[in-house]
Design a protein around this ligand. Structure first.
Ligand SMILES: NC(=O)c1ccc[n+]([C@@H]2O[C@H](COP(=O)([O-])OP(=O)(O)OC[C@H]3O[C@@H](n4cnc5c(N)ncnc54)[C@H](OP(=O)(O)O)[C@@H]3O)[C@@H](O)[C@H]2O)c1
Length: 419
């Protein structure tokens, strides 16, 4: 990259948010002056907070940056998804170039954000929103824009992965491992978004747009987490030569579209995800012609996330925008009733009946409540009873095996009697 000069001036950045990611980006740009970016204005929220830069570098009305025509690119890295959407959509209405790291905001509002870009000519990039420094969005969007993908899967949340690693290494229980992750700065004080898999669900929804041309409502995607895991579950996996990981899974449907869900999974030793440990993320893409690709990298932290924002800044300066090639041609098929093979522990009998757990032959099976049971459950029923599973302290992990729904003998018998 050529050094900035009077004929090649620096690209001026308006930075909104100066927390973990904002400071990470700022530090990277300070260390890399030859990148040609300069942070001109910084907006934050709290006027009384101590800052690592002189007070005169900060201002407190982010809207003013949106109206500053001297700024070439706006970087939105605040921790408030509703306010982020307001700011980013206002900026796009002015046809501006914007980078965000806010996955919850992008996942929930992608259709509107696309519409605003079409209508007003601005550009929004968000590589940092999914798996931090792993360049997955641009690769799916551009490199694999025309190639069918057999699956996209991965570990998209470093906090829960850290807890799982500590539980399997150290024999700690969930509460101890979570406290350690919080002390190390790998988990938030309110761990629900990470541990109950809301955060990786947002990331899966974003990838579904680029990989399969699907604009999904996050609420329609099943997310099960690890809040109810116990050392017995870790042992169950270890005895089978497996590890439990929270895996986001995107699989195409034959008529178009894809099935997307995020659940704990029993991962075998020959999976690339088996060795993704601690706060690391991993992504596996099975492409029709390219075969298997696997990335492992840091999904969070100031510098890794700042690195992804820097990559977006360079891309914007070069005139890049996402192509969303698969979006234009996507036709969404009626999803067939998919059943997942799951390991289910501590499910009350009533809940097992409601879930309709079946064996290989499709016969209903019920285990004594605290016991683990292996059986098939429809994805829709898992989704419908997600909150009941969480409330009953039930742990669910899928094995990776799926099948189309089979008629249950009891149901069949009832139907025959009714006729
Ligand atoms: N942390 C990571 O590793 C990571 C990784 C990937 C993506 N992300 C995403 O990146 C975004 C930022 O995360 P973070 O960890 O950097 O958050 P953070 O450390 O909590 O910092 C948030 C920053 O936003 C500022 N802010 C909040 N509301 C504002 C408003 N209305 N106007 C101006 N500034 C405002 C805060 O101001 P004050 O300083 O005054 O409080 C603070 O500087 C989030 O969307 C997060 O999901 C984070």
């Amino acid at each position: 990259m050529s050094k900035p000069s009077s004929t090649n001036p620096r690209t001026r950045i308006g930075l909104i948010g100066f927390g973990c990611v904002g400071q990470g980006l700022f530090d990277i740009l300070e260390r890399q002056p030859e990148s040609g970016f300069e942070v001109k204005r910084i907006a934050v929220k709290n006027p009384t907070k101590l800052r690592p830069l002189p007070a005169n570098r900060f201002e407190f009305r982010a809207d003013e940056l949106l109206h500053d025509a001297e700024l070439d690119i706006l970087v939105e890295v605040i921790d408030d998804a509703a306010e982020a959407f307001r700011l980013v959509s206002l900026a796009l209405r002015q046809g501006r170039r914007v980078v965000t790291a806010n996955k919850a905001m992008v996942a929930r509002h992608l259709p509107e954000l696309l519409q605003l870009q079409r209508e007003f000519g601005g550009t929004l990039l968000y590589e940092a929103a999914v798996c931090g420094s792993i360049p997955v969005i641009r690769t799916l969007d551009s490199y694999f824009g025309q190639e069918p993908l057999r699956s996209v899967s991965g570990i998209f949340n470093g906090s829960s992965n850290y807890v799982l690693t500590r539980m399997s290494e150290g024999g700690s229980d969930y509460a101890e491992a979570l406290a350690e992750a919080q002390a190390q700065g790998f988990a938030e004080t309110d761990p629900t978004l990470d541990m109950a898999a809301f955060d990786p669900r947002s990331k899966a929804v974003i990838l579904a747009a680029h990989a399969y041309g699907l604009l999904l409502n996050p609420d329609d995607v099943l997310n099960l987490g690890i809040e109810n895991i116990s050392p017995a579950d870790i042992r169950y996996a270890a005895e089978r030569g497996q590890k439990i990981k929270v895996v986001a899974s995107l699989q195409p449907l034959s008529g178009g579209g894809a099935t997307v869900f995020v659940t704990p999974q029993l991962v075998p030793a020959d999976s690339p995800l088996y060795d993704v440990e601690r706060e690391f993320n991993g992504v596996v893409v099975e492409a029709e012609f390219a075969g298997q690709h696997f990335w492992r990298g840091r999904g969070a932290g100031g510098h890794p996330t700042g690195s992804a924002v820097l990559a977006d800044l360079v891309a914007l300066r070069n005139g890049f925008r996402y192509q969303y090639d698969k979006l234009s041609g996507a036709t969404v098929a009626e999803a067939p009733e998919l059943e997942l093979e799951v390991y289910l522990r501590n499910a009350p009998e009533g809940l097992q009946h409601a879930l309709g757990v079946t064996n290989e032959s499709g016969e209903i099976i019920v285990a004594a409540a605290p016991e683990g049971v292996l059986g098939y459950i429809s994805l829709n029923k898992l989704h419908k009873h997600r909150d009941a599973l969480r409330a009953a302290a039930t742990f669910v992990a899928q094995t990776g095996k799926t099948r189309q729904a089979v008629a249950q003998p009891t149901q069949l018998a009832t139907e025959l009697v009714a006729e």
